[in-house]
Structures are given as C-alpha cells and as structure tokens.
Design a protein around this ligand. Structure first.
Ligand code: FAD
Length: 494
C-alpha cells in the first residue's frame, strides 16, 4: 500500500460503485466485500486505518459467552460461525486461547459449566476445543497465578484471540489486491447530492492539505461512534440515539498471569464480565462499560475506571497489580444504539444496525470485530438492492486474508527488549503499509504504545529517525512528530 500511488490512481471523473467512509473493521470489511465481488471501491479514512475502536478492542474473536445469559442465542450463533470462518481465512492471526473461570463455590461451578456446554452446543463441531470442568490442582496448573485461597477448581473454555489493527491492515492489503483504492488521512467533510440522492463526497487530504470530490453510486458510512457526524451532513434526524460507551483496558506485565490461559471473572461489581488475557507477552485486563457524552478520537480512562478494574481482578490473582504496575492503558468506544436515551449501557443492543436514508446514505453502526465479515456482506447486499448495479454474490467466506508480515525476519535485532520492533519492520510499515506518522507505527502497525508507554517513549526518537529517512523528511518534521507523540502519551498517563 502506498498513499501517493493510490492518490494518483483516483479518477475524479469516474463514478465509483462504492465510496466507503471510515477505515475501521466495518469500513474495511465493506471495502473487502465489495471489491472482491468485482465492484470499484474507494475507502477514505480520516486518520489512520483502525485509529478508532478497531485497534482498541479486547482482542477476542468470540461468540460472546455473556450474551448467552441474556438469551441472545442468535447473536452468539452468528458470532461462533464467523469465529470459525475467520480462523480459517486469517489463520496467521486468529489463535485459539483457553480461559479459566476460577470458582470458589461448587454450585457456581456447575452453573457456569452448564452455560458453557450450551456455548459448545451452539458452536457445533466448529474447530475450537470443548469446555470442561477442572479440579483445584488442574486449575492451578493451567493458571499458576490464580488466587488459591478457597479455590474449588474452575471451568475451562476456549475462544479466539487476534491482533485487531494487524487484521485491519491485512484486510486493507487484501482489498488492494482486489483493486480497491484505500487512503488514510482523508477526512470526508461533506456529501455531494443531486436531486436529493447522494452522488459522492468531498474529502480533505490532511497530508497534502487539499480538498477534492469523489463521485460514487453508493456511499457507506462506516464511521462507528462518529456515524452521527456523517448523518448530520445528510441532515438525518435519528429516531434512535447512538450512545458512546467506553471500555477501558489496562496492560500489565506477563509475570502477573503466567502460562497461556486467560482468566474470566464472571461477575464484576457492576454485573459484567472481566478478562485477564495474555497478549503479545503482556497481560490485558478489561473492560469497563460507561456511557460518555461525546465520542473522542483519543478517549481517556478515568481514575474510577482504572480503580474498578484493579479492584475486580484483585480477588482472582495470587499477586495482584496496583496502579504502579500498569504499563499502558487503552480505551475503546462502543457505538451502542438505543431506542431511547434512558437505557443503561450494559443493557443496550450489541447487534449492529444498518440504516438507509432517503438520500441513499447507508450507515452501519455497532457489532463487533468477530462478525465484521457478515456485517459487511449484509451491508453490501442491502445496498445493491437499491441500485442499478448488477448483483454479484458475496464470496468472502472463502477468501483468505493476506499476511502482510509473511517475509519479515523476526530474529533481527529489536529496538526494545519488551516488544519486537526492528529497523526492517519500521521500513516495511512505511514502504508497504502506509504508515505516515510515528503514532501509526507505535500504536497500530506495531503495538508498542498499547503495551508499554514508558518504553515507547524511550525508543520513539530512534523510530522517528528511521522513518524520516524513508519518508525524506527533515528535522522539523522529526521534532513535530515527537511532540505530537509525547502529547498523545501524555494524555494516556495514568
Ligand atoms: C472496549 C471494547 C472492546 C471490544 N472488544 C471486542 C472483542 O474483543 N472482540 C470483538 O469482536 N469486538 C470487540 N469490540 C467491538 C469492535 O471493536 C467494534 O465493533 C469495531 O472495532 C467497530 O469498528 P468500526 O469500523 O465500526 O468503528 P471504528 O473502528 O471506530 O472505525 C470508524 C473509523 O471512521 C473514521 N472516521 C470518522 N469520521 C470520519 C470522516 N469524517 N471521514 C473519514 N473517516 C472517518 C475514524 O477515524 C475511524 O477510524 C470491542 C469494542 C470495544 C469498545
């Protein structure tokens, strides 16, 4: 992927079959679905691919065990089917991970076991291991750091785990192999209408500082929690409201949770579930669920949310982390769709919604990474129903996602001992994966900033020097990049 070449490919007189606004899971999924059916596609992302929620998830490819309790069997079934498809099509990224639900009461043990047997039953013979009950010794063997006092054993189940923004970039690479034109740092500023129908968008290129129009037969709004701002450009009055709910994750050292299993805390003090999950040699603990007034591109965790997570994991770990042990924090925003503004966030629907306006704007809101493919199929199918374009069937259920890092040598010298980031990798991200800013490399191509803030700050000057050579940038640029990066890490300070 090369941004300058892609800009040159844009034909300002052509009417593209699809213009997709937003380069997160939903937008990239739609771009892949439409381009692999043979339609012409342009995708415009305001910042970097997966800058929004799509790099800030809990990194699980899952059916959503917790939805079972609410009887949302259809939602769980669809996600489990998609989990299987994704494991097959992106096997380089989606791995099986085991979870222990530690139990301190025999009755509870059987309650969770029964629930997980339903989970197994719904997933049928899909390729994940079946859940089982384990005794105290086996539970300790699987999770050596589990809190042992009064431990009665546990229930073990399996789900999928991935690297979210890595999957996003790999989907983008796959889109390009189907001739889609993808551009980051292109913000859609307004919609072009003719006779009341949307016929294109006006976008601002924040790198070259210019504004241009792209024409399209269909415009898809896949801006997640920011969907309303695009709908406002279309003057849509929403009957339902989009309520951002924020989910905080803390990252701590691997020593707090040795082994390959995660822990699921089945009921936190606010009645949710909490995960502690090994990820890239660190441990993620999350998440929370609190409504916020306005969506932000750099959401911040509150002290209350951080304390909530630390308090709720405390009873499940032999040695539990405190604030000084937090290496990084990341926060994602759920675009929950509520039919009225009084609903509580944990009760709002996690299902995606597809809304079509009178002028033809198709907005896709909500859902999850796990079901991005199916959501995209539904969006493109529905959009095609309302156009004169010939209908071509979706083929993504058998479409392999490219592995952008297949030729990278991971044995090369790394700039850090805490995570892998080599000079070769930085050059690769710049040359082939449209990384333009330091934050693109530190947050979404590699995951350094998500893993260890202090260490990321330490290596940032070296990383930006390597980038500046590749991008032919001067010292002023280097200084600016470092300053913006420090500002970003400042707002993430715990
Ligand atoms: C805390 C949390 C944990 C989660 N964990 C999981 C999980 O473990 N597993 C799972 O399957 N799902 C999970 N999800 C759900 C999943 O992450 C989201 O459903 C998914 O990432 C949403 O993708 P999206 O593309 O709709 O939105 P986003 O990723 O937010 O993408 C929207 C994009 O639109 C861009 N944009 C905005 N305005 C404009 C504009 N004017 N012009 C151009 N572009 C614009 C933004 O920059 C952004 O990149 C989680 C969600 C949260 C909040």
């Amino acid at each position: 992927m090369n941004r300058s070449s892609n800009i040159k490919l844009l034909n300002y007189n052509k009417k593209y079959d699809f213009i997709i606004i937003g380069g997160g899971a939903s937008g990239l999924g739609c771009a892949l679905d439409a381009s692999s059916r043979g339609y012409s596609v342009v995708l415009l992302e305001k910042f970097d691919f997966c800058k929004g929620t799509s790099s800030r998830s809990t990194k699980l490819i899952h059916g959503g065990v917790r939805y079972l309790e609410k009887g949302q069997i259809g939602l769980v079934y669809e996600a489990l089917k998609e989990r299987d498809i994704l494991k097959k099509n992106a096997s380089h990224l989606v791995k099986q991970i085991g979870f222990l639900i530690p139990v301190y009461n025999y009755f509870i043990k059987f309650y969770y076991y029964l629930g997980l047997k339903v989970y197994d039953f719904i997933s049928g013979n899909l390729s994940f291991k079946k859940s089982k009950i384990v005794n105290r010794n086996s539970a300790i063997e699987l999770v050596p750091n589990v809190a042992k006092e009064k431990l009665k054993g546990g229930v073990v189940y399996f789900d999928g785990q991935f690297d979210d923004s890595r999957l996003g970039i790999d989907i983008a690479l796959t889109c390009e192999s189907h001739n889609a034109i993808l551009l980051n740092y292109m913000s859609v500023e307004s919609l072009i209408k003719k006779n009341g129908k949307i016929k294109g968008v006006v976008a601002n290129d924040s790198v070259n500082n210019n504004t241009f129009s792209v024409l399209g037969e269909n415009v898809i709004n896949a801006t997640g929690v920011f969907s309303k701002s695009i709908m406002n450009m279309d003057s849509i009055k929403l009957e339902s409201v989009i309520r951002p709910s924020q989910g905080v994750h803390l990252v701590i050292d691997k020593s707090f949770l040795k082994g390959s299993f995660g822990i699921l805390v089945p009921k936190t003090s606010d009645g949710r579930v909490l995960f502690a999950i090994p990820w890239l040699d660190h441990v993620i603990i999350g998440t929370t669920d609190s409504i916020v007034d306005k969506p932000s591109f750099n959401p911040l965790a509150t002290q209350n949310e951080i304390n909530f997570i630390l308090e709720n994991i405390k009873n499940y770990l032999e040695v539990y982390p405190n604030k000084n042990d937090i290496k990084s924090v990341f926060v994602g925003l759920r675009p929950l769709v509520a039919s009225n503004s009084n609903s509580k966030s944990k009760d709002l629907s996690r299902k995606h919604k597809i809304l079509v306006s009178d002028s033809g704007l198709v907005s896709v809101i909500g859902g999850k990474w796990t079901t991005y493919r199916k959501m995209a199929e539904k969006v493109i199918d529905l959009t095609l129903k309302n156009t004169d374009l010939p209908f071509v069937k979706c083929n993504t259920s058998n479409l392999k996602i490219k592995n952008g890092l297949i030729n990278i040598d991971f044995s090369k010298e790394s700039l850090s001992d805490d995570f892998f980031l080599s000079k070769e990798l930085i050059i690769h991200y710049v040359e082939n994966e449209m990384a333009l800013n330091l934050d693109d490399i530190m947050s979404r191509r590699s995951r350094c900033l998500f893993l260890n803030i202090k260490e990321s700050i330490r290596i940032a000057p070296k990383v930006v020097q390597i980038m500046s050579k590749e991008l032919f940038k001067d010292e002023v640029w280097v200084k600016d990049q470092l300053q913006s990066f420090y500002n970003l890490t400042n707002i993430n300070k715990i």
